[in-house]
Design a protein around this ligand. Structure first.
Ligand SMILES: Cc1cc2nc3c(=O)[nH]c(=O)nc-3n(C[C@H](O)[C@H](O)[C@H](O)COP(=O)(O)O)c2cc1C
Length: 210
């Protein structure tokens, strides 16, 4: 499907039918998130995939009881680094250099600048920056799902502190940012499925400076 057709087809599904998304499609959606660009290539977030029904029920209770959490096939949780550290930044560049067969000296100055920049910010500033990177992957995953005709509901409607506690995310130095239930629309019970997709008028959205 062409990208624009896929983006018109998708919508923030309100009711899913419980059908399972084949694993190869889930893998493609995860790979799209994995390939998303990030600032300095740091990928300062992780994606947690939940299929366990009891765990999904616990998450639903802290997500305003939104039905997609339990009716989805796979629930993706995008969780960002709570802060940048020299260990985290060095590990990204060590991996990059090893994969490319380059000496550590090739990125030494750049990584020192990054470590200086981020470790002089507050943890909150670090987390907000990391969360912005997670949103790029989140959006990419949404588009990838649509291209595969898999429904997905982007979600910020949950108690992130409660989810962090439930999943012990602080032990991993992570904080939850967004949820993305994947599944299939329940056409007969979803109030949104047949409503027109509406966006701002083009002139309110695009400014052309010629
Ligand atoms: C970051 C973000 C958070 C959202 N949170 C929720 C949510 O918690 N629950 C929900 O049903 N929809 C949620 N939405 C869906 C939006 O309301 C929806 O994307 C928007 O109204 C545009 O409609 P469309 O996605 O159907 O085209 C969220 C969307 C985004 C991008």
């Amino acid at each position: 499907m062409e990208l624009l057709d896929a983006l018109n087809w998708r919508y923030a599904t309100k009711k899913m039918n419980g059908q399972t998304v084949p694993q190869d499609k889930v893998e493609k959606i995860l790979e799209a998130a994995h390939l998303a660009p990030t600032s300095s290539g740091l990928q300062p977030f992780e994606v947690i995939v939940v299929t366990n029904p009891e765990l999904k029920e616990k998450i639903q209770a802290i997500a305003y009881n939104q039905s997609q959490v339990t009716d989805s096939s796979h629930l993706l949780i995008f969780a960002a680094w709570d802060k940048y550290t020299d260990v985290r930044i060095n590990s990204i560049f060590d991996h990059l250099n090893a994969e490319r067969g380059l000496p550590d000296s090739s990125t030494a100055d750049y990584r020192t600048r990054l470590i200086d920049l981020y470790t002089n910010q507050t943890s909150q500033q670090n987390f907000e920056h990391a969360a912005r990177q997670a949103y790029i992957a989140f959006g990419t995953a949404i588009a990838a799902a649509a291209e595969l005709k898999v429904d997905a509901t982007p979600m910020e409607g949950f108690d992130s502190s409660a989810l962090d506690s439930l999943l012990n995310l602080s032990e991993k130095g992570l904080k939850s940012v967004t949820l993305l239930p994947l599944g299939y629309r329940d056409e007969s019970n979803d109030w949104l499925v047949n409503l027109k997709k509406v966006r701002k008028r083009r002139e309110e959205f695009i400014t052309e400076l010629n």
